[in-house]
Design a protein around this ligand. Structure first.
Ligand code: ADP
Length: 332
């Protein structure tokens, strides 16, 4: 219960911190510029904007951008997600209730069911769906006209989308991880909105541990704010940030408890690998998916872990990060 309440609180704060227009949106210069052109041109023509696909890791701003697209087009927005659409009928119900120019944000679009996906092809291209009534030989398709709308699809992996779906988007934006200086700007903006006095050094300390991700930066800022309020003078500076993040077990490189547990198991139990994912997951007492989808992408990106055909392997940088000497490579 407490957790659910805390989650709701976090969601409310996250919503309050979302930039409201492209000018406020930090970083992603290329996507921002390209999208700005797409939206301006559509506005000048008095047309509905082309469908937009946004790809990138969680927390990089895809939902935020979809809301900005709607705001810039002066259109309402409907938000749903792939896993919420199990049947084509679910999608038909949403599509048929859209108003002209409305933005439909479909998060995790790669997780939609196949029949819904096929219905979406036609809806995106012709603004039309066929609603099937009845079953078996007596089934008939009733065509239903839709008002023009803008689909904004978001996916963590554009490569997972079937090409026919990918090709129906007029614009694809790839969201990159943020540079530390960009995260510092995100943090200063959020600190201003939250009314937390934050020094440049404090923002830099948090930015360096945020894995290139604004959602994580904002979350760490809130935890540092709590610490500064209770244990210090309320100011987020280098010292309060470093101490707070030590309490929350986020190290200076952004690794958290799970990341370190995975690396430690790999180094101490398996001599640095190679070891299979399933074995590694059992060793840290986590689900295989958690290790694979939560911990590994960051560890791989940081050059601490490699996925090889024979299993997971720690790199020399992983040994050094945990204060250990990498084993000598056998002479070739
Ligand atoms: P995604 O949909 O990619 O998972 P969100 O759009 O929900 O990510 O963003 C997560 C949080 O990060 C939001 O609260 C938002 O305030 C913040 N955020 C994301 N991108 C930016 C940005 N470019 N500038 C400022 N804040 C951002």
């Amino acid at each position: 219960m407490v957790d659910a309440a805390a989650d709701r609180d976090d969601l409310a704060v996250e919503a309050a911190l979302r930039p409201k227009d492209l000018g406020e949106f930090v970083g992603q210069t290329r996507v921002r510029e390209q999208l700005d052109l797409v939206l301006r041109a559509a506005r000048a023509r008095g047309a509905t904007a082309d469908h937009v696909l946004l790809s990138g890791a969680p927390g990089l701003g895809k939902t935020t951008l979809s809301m900005i697209i709607a705001a810039e087009m002066g259109a309402p927005i409907r938000i749903t997600s792939g896993p919420a659409i199990q049947h084509a009928g679910d999608l038909a119900a949403i599509l048929s209730s859209l108003t002209e120019g409305e933005v439909l944000f479909l998060d995790e679009i790669h997780r939609m069911s196949r029949p819904a996906e096929e219905m979406l092809y036609m809806a995106m291209e012709d603004f039309r769906v066929d609603v099937i009534v009845g079953k078996g030989p007596g089934a008939t398709a009733i065509p239903l006209e839709l008002p023009p709308f803008t689909l904004v699809g978001a996916t963590t992996r554009a490569g997972l989308l079937p090409p026919p779906l990918r090709d129906r988007f007029g614009f694809t934006g790839h969201m990159e991880f943020y540079a530390p200086a960009e995260l510092e700007r995100v943090l200063h903006r959020s600190a201003g909105l939250l009314g937390v006095h934050t020094t440049d050094e404090g923002a830099a300390e948090i930015a360096g541990r945020s894995r290139g991700t604004p959602r994580i930066a904002n979350r760490l800022l809130r935890r540092v704010r709590d610490y500064a309020q209770v244990r210090a003078d309320g100011v987020v500076n280098q010292e309060s940030a470093a101490r707070a993040l030590a309490v929350y077990e986020v190290d200076e490189r952004g690794l958290d408890r799970l990341d370190r547990a995975v690396l430690l198991a790999l180094l101490k139990l398996f001599g640095g690998g190679p070891v299979g994912l399933a074995t590694l997951a059992v060793a840290v007492g986590e689900e295989r998916e958690t290790v694979e989808e939560v911990a590994e992408p960051f560890l791989v990106r940081e050059g601490l872990l490699a996925r090889t055909p024979r299993g997971r392997v720690a790199t020399p940088a992983a040994w050094r990060h945990l204060g250990m000497e990498p084993p000598q490579q056998p002479a070739p």
